[in-house]
Ligand binder design. Structure first.
Ligand code: PLP
Length: 394
């Protein structure tokens, strides 16, 4: 992770903004550079060696993702620009072909805007209703209320696997099981989960699971829409044009087979290869050990926070990832963030694209330190030493 070896404001960089994006190992940077230096060509089209080689790398990358999330088929893996585009693809397709007036779409109060706004638009287009499942005071989904919201009109349940603001890990398997009792389509936003645990889509049994490569040590601009084969077959394409067609006349077109039906235009070949390299990297490390390390970091963080009277932790779920959201006294989060940056510490401040959640909690935003496997206990200690200094400035 070469970017981590630098100084910011004259201090060694402490990067604690991993929920926004993770840094990239050298091997990923090299793979992208190598692709452009040796193999760059358009895929699926060429009658030449470079194109064949690029196509092979591109399709192998799809196979890597399939293995990583244990999808049944490689054609259930659709490349997108990221989580946001994946959810838009699903929501827009369902609005066009499936949702009808009176249907209900259930989301939770902790969703990212990317898993709220596409459903608002889908609801408006189709006449369906958006229903919000509440959270409890710890920031966990209130499961018993969620279950009472399910009924014969529930058409879609779209929920996050892990909250990007609270760190809460949702009981996705149970959420999906309950939704399926009412034949609802389940969509899981895996943006924050994919880099912090094992995801097995067949075990979760969800219809759709989406994530972004850049939160898994891969490049930006590449993401994944996993869908069960039957669901993807039913869903109309999001974008149209080249690659996604089988036949075209001036009057009409027929769609290509899966997954190409959803991949209009020249794809992000280098991005897919970069993501597959990141997956190879993650598979090569001790993942169980890395997760245990992250859990130690968040535990240590909570211990240190409990020693500071003016730190108020936002998100106290029993089961959470290494996201530490907090407020410091009555200081504005952005002031705390600026003062931490002066000390070389990168955190995120604000509403974290969860404005409705902030409204529910009655706060303008939080300071969020989010950890990855390359962070250390020493860095956590330095965060708190820096916060002690911040306090003297406020
Ligand atoms: N969902 C969650 C829970 C997120 O944390 C994010 C990004 O922070 C997104 C969706 C959107 O991801 P992207 O901006 O990569 O499309």
């Amino acid at each position: 992770f070469p970017i981590l070896d630098q100084k910011v404001k004259g201090k060694p960089l402490i990067y604690l903004d991993n929920a926004a994006t993770t840094q990239k190992p050298q091997i990923v940077i090299d793979a992208i550079s190598q692709f452009y230096s040796t193999t760059n060509a358009n895929v699926h089209r060429g009658a030449h060696t470079l194109s064949d080689d690029a196509t092979e790398l591109f399709e192998n990358a799809r196979n890597s993702v399939q293995g990583f999330i244990n999808a049944k088929h490689a054609h259930e893996i659709v490349w997108t620009r990221g989580t946001t585009e994946a959810i838009n693809t699903i929501a827009s397709g369902l609005a066009q072909s499936f949702l009808k007036p009176g249907d209900e779409i259930i989301i939770s109060a902790m969703e990212h805007h990317a898993n709220i706004v596409p459903w608002q638009v889908a609801a408006k287009r189709s006449g369906a209703k958006l229903v919000v499942a509440p959270i409890n005071e710890k920031g966990e989904l209130n499961f018993s209320i969620y279950k009472t919201l399910l009924n014969k009109n529930t058409a879609v349940v779209a929920m996050t696997h892990v909250s990007n603001t609270l760190g809460t890990i949702n009981q996705v398997k149970e959420i999906v099981q309950s939704a399926q009792q009412f034949n609802a389509i389940t969509v899981i936003d895996g943006a924050q989960a994919i880099g912090h645990g094992f995801v097995d889509v067949q075990d979760l049994n969800c219809d759709f699971y989406v994530f972004s490569g850049h939160k898994l040590f891969g490049p930006t601009g590449i993401g994944v829409l996993y869908g069960k084969e039957a669901r993807l077959e039913q869903l109309p394409p999001f974008q149209t044009g080249g690659e996604m067609i089988k036949t075209v006349t001036f009057q009409q077109a027929t769609w290509n087979e899966l997954p190409y039906k959803f991949e209009a235009g020249t794809p992000n070949v280098a991005g897919a290869i970069g993501l597959a390299t990141a997956i190879g990297y993650v598979n090569s490390i001790d993942r169980v050990g890395a997760l245990a390390h992250e859990q130690r970091l968040i535990k240590y963080c909570s211990e240190l926070a409990n020693n500071m009277d003016d730190i108020h932790i936002i998100g106290m779920a029993e089961n959470k990832t290494s996201i530490f959201s907090f407020l410091m006294g009555d200081a504005h989060p952005s002031d705390v963030g600026t003062l931490l940056n002066q000390q070389g510490i990168a955190v995120r401040t604000g509403h974290h694209c969860t404005m409705p959640l902030m409204n529910e909690l009655g706060i303008p935003g939080t300071v969020r330190a989010s950890f990855s496997m390359y962070n250390t206990e020493e860095e956590v200690a330095m965060l708190f030493a820096a916060l002690t200094k911040v306090r003297t400035f406020l």
